[in-house]
Write a protein that binds this ligand. Structure first.
Ligand code: DAK
Length: 259
């Protein structure tokens, strides 16, 4: 598939990088861009050479939200009856390998929601997160009212959704929305470093860890712990579990085969 609104590349033959590329519109997310992003992530997910993905934007904007101009004329019939802004926002959730959001600049509205759909967020020190939809007469529509309180708690989530206040990178890290903050010029190095670390680790265990952490958002504690236990047991059927433990006991470097 030829992409127009994203740039796609592979780093070290192992990390799939998707860069949102509508810089003049601050990477406002329209249907074409979301279709392309979904297709690129699914292609990387299906590629056995790829162990992890990074989604990033420009220095000024990860993404300033869904494309307001494209949405402005929609009525209920279009947004509910059609699939104009719903058909491609869940694709990222189908991706089984880890996806890291490398965020610099604005991550607003759907941009903040997209970052939160990724497995974790590494932020540049100029990152600003917000759910300003209220100023447009709408509310977050791609999971913001659900994922944000899980990430930062009710009070900050309410503050952001009700006042449209933006959160800077320092506050976002303190609140738990992002895992690391780095200087802007180190953002991609940091994200690629994290991605490469993941690529070196046993992929079946990586996928199981992602699945299990994600399950914690869907279940109660007892069911979640049981789900985790089943995956834990299953990993003892992998060659990489034998290799990892044998290597530790033998004081040597493991050679994982992702089997
Ligand atoms: N949409 C379209 N264009 C945008 C945009 C957006 N969200 N954000 C910025 N732009 C465009 C501007 O119109 C401007 O275009 P030109 O005038 O140059 O043609 C260009 O990007 C540069 O923007 P500014 O001139 O405004 O730049 P500033 O530095 O002055 O301000 C800003 C930056 C990010 C503070 C400002 O642009 C801004 O407030 N942007 C809008 C932020 C916003 O309200 N975002 C939330 C949008 S609603 C759903 C899925 C997703 C969603 C809902 C449902 N489903 C699956 C159901 C998501 C909804 C949203 O995200």
């Amino acid at each position: 598939m030829a992409y127009e609104l994203i740039e796609v590349r592979t780093e070290a033959g192992k990390v799939g990088v998707v860069q949102l590329n509508r810089p003049k519109q601050l990477n406002a997310l329209n249907n074409q861009l979301m279709d392309e992003l979904g297709a690129a992530l699914k292609a990387f997910d299906a590629d056995p050479a790829i162990g992890c993905m990074v989604v990033t934007g420009s220095e000024k904007a990860f993404a300033a939200g869904a494309d307001i101009g494209a949405m402005a004329s929609y009525g209920f019939a279009e947004v509910y009856g059609g699939d104009y802004i719903t058909r491609n926002w869940e694709t990222i959730r189908q991706v089984r390998k880890p996806v890291i959001a490398a965020v610099s600049g604005f991550a607003l509205g759907g941009g903040c929601e997209l970052a939160m759909m990724c497995d974790f967020i590494i932020a540049a020190d100029n990152a600003r997160f917000g759910q300003p939809e209220i100023k447009l007469g709408i509310i977050p529509g791609a999971g913001g009212t659900q994922r944000l309180p899980r990430a930062v708690g009710k009070s900050k989530a309410m503050d952001m959704a009700l006042t449209a206040r933006m959160m800077d990178a320092t506050e976002a890290e303190r609140a738990g929305l992002v895992s690391r903050v780095v200087p802007l010029d180190k953002l991609m190095d940091e994200a690629l470093g994290a991605a490469l670390t993941i690529c070196e680790l046993p992929q079946l265990a990586v996928m199981a860890a992602k699945e299990s952490v994600n399950r914690s958002f869907e279940t109660g504690l007892s069911d979640g712990v049981m789900f985790e236990r089943r995956l834990f047991h299953a990993l003892f059927a992998t060659a990489d579990q034998k290799e990892g433990m044998d290597a530790f006991v033998g004081k040597r470097k493991p050679q994982f085969r992702h089997r």
